[in-house]
Design a protein around this ligand. Structure first.
Ligand code: ZN
Length: 214
């Protein structure tokens, strides 16, 4: 017995994230035009946050069949990410997937409500250099030492924090306005929040990393 999603739920879930994969490190577009002008391509799927059947990943026996096939238990992903999360249900827990879904929907509404910045990017960077020179110096040093690193967290120096070893750290102690500065970077779409636990976590865009690396 599988508790599958009704078709209309799949459609709504896809639209709620603007037809993009909900994995914050992916955000791949999942639909577009097919050669046949009457058709569209779709490479997105609704994944179950907790599985549709007892042998499936993240199965939660506490849910009723209705809860299992309800919109709350679905997340829109590209086919690759759907396969990824079902291959390692411990790393990609229900809590993580719920956080992905929340963030993807938050981003979609933000993008929907805002109009693209018409300010030339060079002006943006000049402005940032004035607003947060010390943070940019530190980020520049970090990127030159770790050219492949894009993820970073915001910490206080007295917090016990177990690093995954592949993220950069910025400290509230070193930068009193750290959160405001990061929010400005986020407003300019240069960083994206990907928090999934009690530590604020962000990812830099390639454009920003390239700017810092130059
Ligand atoms: Zn994806």
């Amino acid at each position: 017995m599988r508790d599958d999603f009704p078709v209309n739920i799949k459609d709504v879930l896809a639209k709620r994230v603007g037809f993009r994969c909900s994995n914050p490190s992916c955000r791949q577009l999942t639909s577009g035009p097919q050669t046949d002008p009457s058709k569209a391509i779709n490479v997105g799927v609704v994944a179950h946050i907790t599985a549709a059947s007892p042998q499936g990943p993240r199965y939660d026996p506490a849910l009723t069949p209705d809860e299992r096939s309800s919109i709350n238990n679905g997340i829109w992903l590209c086919q690759t990410c759907a396969k990824l999360v079902d291959n390692d249900p411990i790393r990609y827990s229900a809590v993580t997937l719920e956080a992905w879904k929340r963030e993807a929907e938050k981003e979609a509404i933000k993008e929907l409500e805002s109009r693209r910045h018409r300010i030339p990017k060079s002006d943006v960077f000049t402005r940032l250099e004035r607003l947060m020179p010390l943070l940019l110096i530190e980020m520049r040093q970090d990127i030159s030492q770790h050219p492949l690193c894009r993820e970073f967290v915001l910490l206080k120096s007295n917090w016990a924090y177990w690093s995954k070893g592949n993220e950069l750290c910025y400290y509230f102690d070193d930068h009193p306005d750290l959160l405001s500065q990061i929010q400005i970077l986020e407003n300019y779409s240069l960083v994206r929040e990907i928090t999934y636990n009690n530590v604020q976590r962000y990812i830099m865009t390639e454009e920003f990393a390239q700017y810092l690396g130059d």
